[in-house]
Ligand binder design. Structure first.
Ligand SMILES: Nc1ncnc2c1ncn2[C@@H]1O[C@H](COP(=O)(O)OP(=O)(O)O)[C@@H](O)[C@H]1O
Ligand SMILES: CC(=O)OP(=O)(O)O
Ligand SMILES: [Mg+2]
Length: 398
């Protein structure tokens, strides 16, 4: 490892949030999580600072948009004394969610990277603008510090062709560089290291990454076998503002009416929970469903059936499942979501205690009843995975 004492800032722009983590070598110094909340009847962004000892502190300020998050993060890190002239940044890592061979590997950002990003703008409207904004802000805020883009697909590279291809003519696949690249790879890559580290590895596992974007990945012997996202994160599960998989004919019809770029935007940004129930926030959907709001209940049920159904599909493909893992913000925090999914999977030997909360200081929780196969809640750490990969990238270049 060449980055043992290097100070890296990791930026993870999600579709609804921005996460910054500061590392020295492989040790996290602190992290900042900017997330949207409804406060005083207004949508605004708040920020939580988490220190190396795990203690959390809400920053006493709110913001109207994530555009300013980078500069605010720098100011917070300087105020807290985490970076200064004597302790400068050595590099900035930016998570990139984008299709194609180029973005299934990690790169130091150069002109080619910026051109490749331009090409995937249309197909990844939820993430590529955040990545471009992140690179621009990184260069402006920390002039001269190298920026790297860290692939969100690389960890999902699968050995077998069973899950990676589309049934399309070869010339079309080659012309458009198509493949089931998958996404949330930084999270799954972290899980592939973390699960054995915690001594929890089973032969056939399904990891559910449920956040603003939702996906499920099956691991056989700790390696990825099947994943629900495909060419882009639109494939697979319905998410807060995404359709998930729908009849492809609808995509073509929308393309004809709106043009391809607007059609893809509509399916990514104006669909999902938001379209069905008027909110992209799972907490509001749950509250609505509990108050018998029919649209919220329909959206919730479609969401839950989608996740449970995908787990069932992977069980059939693998010939059973030995353990289920929940991660990412909804997976880690939401008791109702976990309970609703698992209550559909009793026939496969899973029964959940209905009140288990994750205590992050303990590393993980097992929410399974005594007579159930394990149901783990394990916090993800996409930044830790990106840091490890940055070390490998620097070693390769050395
Ligand atoms: N306690 C909670 N229960 C259910 N959902 C939650 C809770 N807290 C946050 N969320 C949801 O988590 C989502 C954000 O997840 P996150 O993984 O941070 O998203 P992303 O990385 O895609 O931006 C939001 O859509 C929000 O509705
Ligand atoms: C790939 C993806 O959907 O990421 P996120 O859930 O962070 O938006
Ligand atoms: Mg995310």
């Amino acid at each position: 490892m060449t980055n043992n004492t290097k100070v890296f800032l990791v930026l993870n722009s999600g579709s609804s949030s921005e996460k910054f983590s500061l590392y020295e070598g492989e040790d996290e110094i602190c992290s900042l999580y900017f997330e949207g909340v409804e406060e005083d009847g207004k949508k605004q962004f708040i920020c939580t600072l988490t220190r190396a000892d795990g203690s959390e502190e809400r920053i006493d300020k709110t913001w109207n948009s994530l555009d300013v998050a980078f500069k605010e993060a720098k100011a917070i890190f300087e105020k807290e004394g985490f970076i200064n002239e004597a302790h400068p940044l050595d590099g900035i890592l930016v998570r990139v969610v984008a299709a194609g061979k180029y973005f299934s590997a990690n790169h130091i950002v150069d002109d080619e990277t910026m051109k490749e990003l331009e090409k995937v703008q249309v197909t990844n409207p939820l993430h590529v603008p955040g990545t471009e904004r992140g690179i621009k802000n990184a260069r402006e805020t920390f002039a001269g510090v190298p920026v790297m883009v860290m692939s969100d697909s690389e960890a999902l590279t699968r050995d077998s062709r069973r899950d990676t291809e589309y049934a399309l003519p070869r010339e079309i696949v080659d012309e458009f560089d198509l493949g089931r690249w998958g996404a949330h790879g930084a999270s799954y890559g972290y899980m592939m290291g973390r699960i054995p580290e915690l001594g929890l590895l089973e032969k056939k596992m399904v990891v559910c990454h449920l956040g603003s974007g939702c996906s499920v990945t099956a691991l056989v012997d700790g390696k990825p076998a099947y994943t629900s996202m495909g060419e882009t994160p639109l494939e697979g599960l319905m998410s807060s503002t995404r359709t998930g998989s729908i009849d492809p004919t609808i995509g073509a019809l929308l393309g004809e009416k709106l043009g391809a770029a607007e059609a893809i935007k509509l399916m990514n940004k104006q669909s999902g929970l938001l379209a069905m129930a008027g909110s992209n926030d799972m907490r509001e959907i749950i509250a609505g469903a509990e108050e018998d709001n029919a649209n919220a209940a329909a959206a919730y049920n479609l969401f839950i059936d989608g996740v449970a159904g995908k787990i069932g599909e992977f069980a059939a493909k693998m010939g059973g499942i030995d353990a289920i893992v929940f991660t990412a913000t909804i997976g880690e925090r939401s008791i109702p979501v976990r309970n609703s999914i698992i209550s559909k999977l009793e026939f496969m030997g899973f029964k959940i205690k209905n009140d288990v909360k994750l205590d992050k200081s303990k590393g993980y929780a097992n929410a399974a009843e005594e007579d159930s196969k394990p149901i783990y809640i394990i916090p993800t750490n996409e930044a830790a995975y990106m840091i490890k990969k940055a070390g490998e990238l620097l070693d390769d270049l050395a």
